[in-house]
Design a protein around this ligand. Structure first.
Ligand SMILES: NC(=O)c1ccc[n+]([C@@H]2O[C@H](COP(=O)([O-])OP(=O)(O)OC[C@H]3O[C@@H](n4cnc5c(N)ncnc54)[C@H](OP(=O)(O)O)[C@@H]3O)[C@@H](O)[C@H]2O)c1
Length: 265
C-alpha cells in the first residue's frame, strides 16, 4: 500500500538515496531541502530515477526555527495524513557555528528542528496508518549539557554533534512513551558512511552510503518494525542496541525535555 513519507534533508546523502528507493515502490514522497535550486534538481532526479511522479518538495533552512514552524504549517495545510516522518537532516561541520539565538547550529538543526517539526505533525501522523517517526541518531553520543544546549557553555564541534545526537535519541524515547499510537525509532545508520557530511568532516569513509539508506528504508516500511517503539537501532551491529548510559536516565530525559520546551517557547 502506498504510504505518504516525508524525509528531511533529502537533497543529499542517505536521505536522498532512501527517497529514491522508496519512490521506486510508488510511495508518495516529500523531499526536503534548504536550497530551492538543489531541491528542484533532486526532485527531478528522484522522479526520473524512480518513474514516480508523486515526488514533491518542501523548503526550509533548519538553522532558522521560524522556517521550521512555517514548514510544519505548510505540511499540515497540504497533506491529509502522514505515514512516515524521517528526521534525517543533520549537520556536523558548518561555516555558521551559532544561530541567531546564540545556540550551537548542531543543536538547532539536529535536535530542535526535528523536535518542533514532529510536534507540529503529530496530529497528521495520527491520521496515517502504522505511523512511524525515524530519528537519525549516531554512534557519536555524549551526555547533554543543559548549559551548552541553551548557548551558555561553548563546546567543540565534535562534542556539540555528539550531544545533539544523544538529545535526539533521549527525546525519541520520551516521544515513544508519550505518544503510544506512534512508532518512534532512533537509528545510528552506520558510522562513517560515504556522504558529504563525512567527506567534509573526516575526509575518508568506512562504508557505502547505501548501508544507511537501506536501514532507513527498512525501518520506514518493513512490518517487523511496526511495534518496536522507543528503541535504538544500531546499524554498526545491524540490530537494536544500547545507547550511551546517560541517554537512558529518566531524570536526565525529564530535565532535557523541560529545558527544550523552555528554550523553544
Ligand atoms: N554519514 C554517516 O556516517 C552518518 C553517521 C551517523 C549519523 N548520520 C546522520 O545521518 C543524517 C544524514 O547524514 P548524511 O551523512 O546523509 O549527510 P549529508 O550527505 O551531508 O546530508 C545531510 C542532509 O541534511 C541537509 N541539511 C544540512 N543542514 C541543513 C539545514 N540547515 N537545513 C536543512 N537541511 C539541512 C543537507 O542539505 P544540503 O543538501 O543543502 O547540504 C542534506 O540534505 C544526519 O542526521 C547525520 O547526522 C550520518
Amino acid at each position: 500500500m502506498s504510504k505518504t513519507i516525508l524525509i528531511t534533508g533529502s537533497t543529499d546523502g542517505i536521505g536522498k538515496l532512501a527517497a529514491i528507493k522508496l519512490a521506486k515502490e510508488g510511495h508518495e514522497i516529500y523531499l526536503h531541502g534548504r536550497n530551492s535550486e538543489k531541491l528542484s534538481k533532486v526532485i527531478a532526479e528522484v522522479k526520473s530515477l524512480s518513474g514516480n511522479d508523486g515526488v514533491k518538495g518542501l523548503e526550509a533552512d533548519f538553522s532558522d526555527l521560524d522556517a521550521v514552524n512555517k514548514m510544519g504549517e505548510q505540511v499540515n495545510s497540504e497533506l491529509s495524513k502522514l505515514d512516515v516522518l524521517i528526521n534525517n537532516a543533520g549537520v556536523f561541520k558548518s561555516s555558521l557555528e551559532q544561530t541567531k539565538e546564540g545556540w550551537d547550529i548542531r543543536f538547532v538543526v539536529n535536535y530542535f528542528a526535528p523536535y518542533l517539526l514532529t510536534i507540529a505533525l503529530i496530529p497528521l501522523l495520527k491520521k496515517g496508518k502504522d505511523a512511524r517517526v525515524i530519528n537519525l541518531s549516531s554512534a557519536a553520543q555524549a551526555p547533554v549539557s543543559i548549559q551548552a544546549l541553551g548557548g551558555d557553555e561553548q563546546i567543540s564541534t565534535q562534542e556539540a554533534y555528539a550531544q545533539s545526537k544523544l538529545a535526539l535519541t533521549m527525546w525519541s524515547f520520551y516521544l515513544a512513551e508519550t505518544e503510544p499510537e506512534l512508532t518512534v525509532i532512533a537509528v545510528n545508520p552506520g558510522s562513517l558512511l560515504n556522504t558529504k557530511m563525512v567527506k567534509e568532516g573526516f575526509g575518508f569513509h568506512r562504508s557505502s552510503a547505501d548501508k544507511g539508506a537501506d536501514i532507513l528504508y527498512d525501518l520506514a516500511i518493513l512490518e517487523k518494525y511496526e511495534n518496536v517503539s522507543g528503541k535504538y537501532f544500531d546499524n554498526d551491529i545491524g540490530t537494536f542496541g544500547t545507547v550511551h548510559h546517560a541517554g537512558n536516565d529518566k531524570e536526565s530525559i525529564k530535565a532535557l525535555i523541560k529545558k527544550t520546551d523552555e528554550l523553544l517557547n
